[in-house]
Design a protein around this ligand. Sequence first.
Ligand SMILES: [Zn+2]
Length: 172
Amino acid sequence: MSPVGRHLSDHHCAHLNGAYDGYVRCRQCGTTDTRVIDSRVIEDGDSIRRRRSCPQCSARFTTFERIETAPLMVLKRNGDRVPFIAAKVAHGIELAVKGRPVSAAEVVAIVAGIEDAVRSNGAPMPTQSVGERVLDALKERDPVAAMRFASVYKHFEDLADFERAATELAEP
Ligand SMILES: [Zn+2]
């Protein structure tokens, strides 16, 4: 049902116009609340083909997005949209799990899971939700690491300010 070939999604075009807003509208009903049901890297490795579905009207459609022009965005509490930086999230988690029985591979898996969730969210995910997801993932693996992470996050205005959290965790 979908045309094959490179299609510039709303997503992509918006970015090229400098007004990237991190979501893809449903082709049929126009809602921005679409879900990614399948992603695969195509061609020379710099594009992603995504199957999306619309929870509002059940339409399904395909978008082709260039990887480097489709940064994942998250929504800060003050309303700013900022890029989701997986390395920052990973750094915050690494400091929280230091000396704890959580392997590097598990950290990578946690970050990958969160990145998938951010990507599948349709609209930019609030940074608070990102922080809560990290916390939930740590709770499943190691309560001490989760507590360390929580202690740093709870008093931040913005729960996902990973750089500040990382700095604080690094202090003795
Ligand atoms: Zn729809």
